[in-house]
Design a protein around this ligand. Structure first.
Ligand code: FES
Length: 152
């Protein structure tokens, strides 16, 4: 059901923890399952020099946040802004359909941390980062169309 990469990142997640001197911190959640993801970024110039995360959530949420940190660490802010949940799922060699939606947490947590980075610098983040969903199901109908059959 789960790829080896998912199992690897779930059992041995990379970059877990906090950055006390982070330049941007983002927290997003999934109100339906109660899962929460917090992402910390250290940024030097245009480069994300360090990333840590803490995820209180399902295995797919942990695996996606873990690989997302690897995909943005050492990369530019622009690369991080382009990180899509689809790219995260592909990097994990796929997720079961009912779990694809968990990967949105990782995408939105990175964006939330970048929004915080700009806000701290007195820059309105929305034109750069776009709208960040603090709850990944924000604005959706009661039943989640992306994961029908699961209990989100
Ligand atoms: Fe909550 Fe995966 S993010 S079930």
């Amino acid at each position: 059901m789960y790829s080896e990469k998912v199992l690897d990142h779930f059992t041995n997640p990379r970059n877990v923890g906090e950055l006390p001197d982070a330049d941007g911190v983002g927290e997003v959640g999934n109100a339906r399952c109660g899962d929460i993801m917090k992402m910390y970024l250290k940024i030097d110039g245009d480069t994300i020099t360090d990333v840590k995360f803490k995820t209180f959530g399902c295995g797919a949420a942990i695996a996606t946040s873990s690989i997302a940190t690897e995909m943005i660490k050492g990369h530019s802010i622009a690369d991080a802004l382009n990180l899509s949940n689809r790219a995260v799922v592909e990097a994990l060699d796929g997720l079961p359909p009912a779990k694809v939606h968990c990967s949105v947490l990782a995408e939105q947590a990175v964006k939330a941390a970048l929004a915080d980075y700009y806000t701290r610098r007195g820059i309105d983040p929305e034109p750069i980062v776009g709208h960040v969903k603090k709850d990944v199901h924000e604005g959706e109908e009661e039943s989640c169309p992306s994961c029908s059959g699961c209990d989100h």
